[in-house]
Design a protein around this ligand. Structure first.
Ligand code: EPZ
Length: 445
């Protein structure tokens, strides 16, 4: 299994091109099942999860072609053409779904277009039990009959889905996306209340409207969909990955460097920018993206953790502080001066990076859903923001990148095991970081 080795203590300087958003690309790919025409997706990131979704769609009958990168400053990623002239299978098998929970996003489109679907239950994952009850309840509200059978969701709507009002008891990105796609072909009007407002949901809705859907209220917590008889193909560009961009913003800050994030959209990262500015990290819009640096960064003798101060943050659905940045922020706070508290409200088991960061010298105490981080910055004089290199273990996508950040700041050498987690969500991470001066390599066993 591949590992990543980092020698820390080098401020990052340079430019990083931000890839298309994984969490927008996955539902957009599933949406291709809603039409027999061709959906062209541009700026697609090259990630393990994208390959898994392509594999899943292929077994539903989707034909596809992938064109390589368009080297115009790195903004435009891969171009994928998907066409499902006919849905040849309505089953999403366990062997694929167990690899990637987002596979459940084929449920709505299969049911809407073919009136039936048999989708493996995704099961729990490292960060939480993650049930799909709201997906199921929502589809039942639109008239589907749903049973659970041998670990599969078995859904039927032989007469098609009907109009209705779905009120989500909790904000769910996936349930909103599944219901949004299903509602586009429903017979009647659908209202989704307490819907997720994440930009990735908006990206999906915009693409569906370009395919001929009638969706209103995009970006708000109430989506209104007038069902139509059929959808057409479209040509759509996936929005840039705000989580990847903010991750590299924290990489710049934790190393005391200055980095420009090409293609990053500041308006998608307001909560992050607000939190980071309280920690003394500036994020300024530029003509090509966003320029990031810690206070005092770029000063010839600045070092990791310099100028960073501890802050208190609670994760929340968009436009709140994203849970997908909680682990990265914790690594940053471990090098800051003063204490920080980080409260996780979305997933019940998303502190698995804590013991690994503590192996690197971080001082963290967890009580329930809150982690208290006592920054080691005040001993920054000792370099590394007070962290030191160590062999550590990746447990999930965002936890693994928080270890990369800590390794970039730490004194000495860090070796991260099980980096396959990283490949699910970060395209060409070593290349992007070493392009800004990081000493980072992949050790291929
Ligand atoms: C999406 O997951 C993202 N994944 C996650 O990113 C992200 O952490 C999450 O949204 C929250 O922002 C993709 O977009 C592919 P949810 P999703 O449904 O849709 C509970 C990453 O690192 N819930 O919004 O699965 C659930 O257990 C990944 O890129 C129910 O109880 O998340 C959780 O506590 C990790 N019943 C909360 O809601 C349901 O039916 C939010 O989950 C559905 C969800």
């Amino acid at each position: 299994m591949d590992r990543i080795r980092i020698r820390g203590g080098r401020p990052l300087h340079g430019k990083i091109a931000i890839s298309g958003a994984k969490n927008a690309a996955l539902p957009l790919m599933a949406a291709s099942l809603l039409t027999e025409e061709t959906l062209i997706l541009r700026n697609l990131p090259h990630l393990a999860d994208i390959a898994t979704m392509t594999h899943l769609l292929a077994q539903h009958g989707t034909e596809f072609s992938m064109a390589g990168e368009h080297p115009d400053g790195g903004h435009m990623g891969h171009v994928l053409k998907l066409r499902t002239g006919e849905i040849t299978s309505t089953e999403a098998p366990y062997d694929i779904v167990r690899k990637m929970r987002a596979s459940v996003l084929v449920l709505g489109p299969l049911l809407a277009r073919r009136g039936q679907a048999r989708v493996s239950l995704p099961g729990g994952c490292a960060i939480g039990t993650r049930p799909v009850d709201m997906h199921i309840c929502g589809l039942e509200t639109l008239g589907a009959e749903i049973d659970l059978d041998d670990g599969y969701i078995v859904a039927r709507a032989p007469e098609g889905l009907q109009g209705g009002v779905v009120v989500f008891s909790q904000v769910s990105v996936g349930a909103t996306e599944n219901l949004l796609m299903a509602a586009t072909l429903a017979k009647g009007d659908v209202v989704l209340e307490n819907a997720a407002r994440e930009p990735e949901v908006g990206d999906l809705a915009n693409c569906l409207n370009r395919m001929g859907a009638r969706i209103e209220g995009i970006g708000s917590d109430t989506l209104r969909i007038q069902g139509v008889d059929r959808l057409s193909g479209a040509d759509y560009t996936v929005l840039p990955d705000r989580i990847e961009a903010a991750t590299y913003a924290m990489a710049a800050a934790i190393t005391g460097g200055v980095v420009e994030l090409l293609g990053a959209r500041p308006e998608l990262m307001e909560a992050v920018a607000a939190a980071l500015s309280r920690a003394n990290v500036t994020m300024q819009p530029t003509a090509c993206g966003v320029l990031v640096g810690a206070a005092g960064a770029g000063h010839k003798d600045s070092s990791p953790g310099d100028g960073l101060v501890g802050i208190d943050v609670t994760t929340a659905p968009y436009p709140g502080f994203p849970t997908d940045l909680q682990a990265q922020l914790m690594a940053l706070m471990a090098t800051a001066t003063g204490a920080a508290t980080i409260t996780e409200t979305i997933f019940e088991n998303r502190f698995q990076h804590v013991p690994e960061l503590m192996r690197m010298g971080a001082d963290i105490t967890v009580k329930g859903a809150t982690a208290m981080v006592r920054g080691r910055g005040q001993s920054a004089g000792s370099g590394g923001g007070g962290l030191h290199g160590a062999p550590v273990m990746a447990t999930d996508l965002r936890a693994s990148v928080s270890l990369v950040l800590a390794g970039l700041a730490a004194e000495g050498e860090t070796v991260i095991n099980r980096v396959y987690h990283l490949d699910r969500g970060y395209e060409r991470l070593e290349e992007k970081l070493s392009g800004c001066g990081a000493d980072i390599v992949r050790l291929v066993d």
